[in-house]
Design a protein around this ligand. Structure first.
Ligand code: CTP
Ligand code: CA
Length: 228
């Protein structure tokens, strides 16, 4: 019902978006990270802003320019990303598109490790990083009313994403198939399934900007239905 749709349906709605990888330092020159261009999260932030949302983007290191009109907070580690997200609350909507490193190196070296150092050939001790999505989704107070996670999977995409709805305590999961044959990783396009308590809806292969627009349109529709 395009005629009935307002041009800026997210006016007055605060949207928090995470994007990009996190970098977990090993020493001053090396880090542990996930593969992530940040494109999908940046596209979501831009799309939310275009619908009138008051948008804050908390981003790990990427090569992308901050979207126009979006308050952008640059962070490096998962710990910093969680702190920046908490500082950005309250928000009505939380969209967690970052590829957060699951682990950090327990004790980072202040000095550059030499390649002959024993850590380089034996093992680093790792500690688990905070789960930003789960932490925000399980807040007793100040939980955004719609919490959306992303899940990159290479197999059993919908089943794995459905399980994550529960473990993360979020409302929706945007599951993307990143198996090598899709060519999605680092690319301009995405093949996603929107997984909610009602079930999964598979979207065709779309540009990341188009995925973002569909997602924020869906958010606007949901807010309108629930009296937002
Ligand atoms: N996520 C997060 N903080 C983390 C890990 C993940 O906020 N420390 C968020 C991601 O931004 C994404 C969602 O959780 O929205 C799912 O990430 P994913 O890596 O698929 O979930 P994990 O629970 O880390 O599971 P896996 O073992 O499959 O990596
Ligand atoms: Ca993970």
């Amino acid at each position: 019902h395009l005629s009935g749709r307002r041009a800026r349906p997210l006016e007055g709605v605060r949207v928090l978006v995470t994007a990009g990888p996190t970098h977990e330092p090993i020493d001053p020159v090396r880090y542990l990270a996930n593969r992530s261009s940040g494109r999908q999260g940046y596209a979501v932030a831009a799309a939310a802003q275009a619908l009138g949302a008051d948008t804050v983007l908390v981003t790990g290191p990427t090569a992308l320019a901050p979207p126009d009109g979006v308050e952008t907070v640059k962070v490096e580690t998962a710990d910093e990303m969680l702190a920046a997200c908490e500082a950005a609350l309250p928000a009505d909507i939380g969209i967690f598109a970052a590829a957060v490193a699951d682990w950090r190196v327990k004790s980072r070296s202040e000095e550059k490790l030499k390649k002959t150092a024993k850590e380089a050939t034996t093992a680093f001790e790792l500690a688990e990083n905070p789960d930003i999505l789960r932490t925000i989704a399980s807040r007793k107070t100040g939980r955004p009313r719609l919490v959306i996670g992303f899940a990159a999977e290479t197999e059993n995409v919908v089943a794995n994403a459905t399980a994550k709805l529960e473990t993360k305590g979020c409302d929706w999961i945007v599951a993307n198939d990143v198996s090598p044959e899709t060519g999605v990783m680092g690319g301009q396009e995405n093949t996603v399934h929107l997984v909610t308590a009602e079930g999964a809806e598979s979207w065709p292969k779309l540009g990341k900007d188009e995925v973002a627009r569909r997602l924020v349109d869906r958010i606007a529709d949901t807010l309108a239905e629930t009296g937002g």
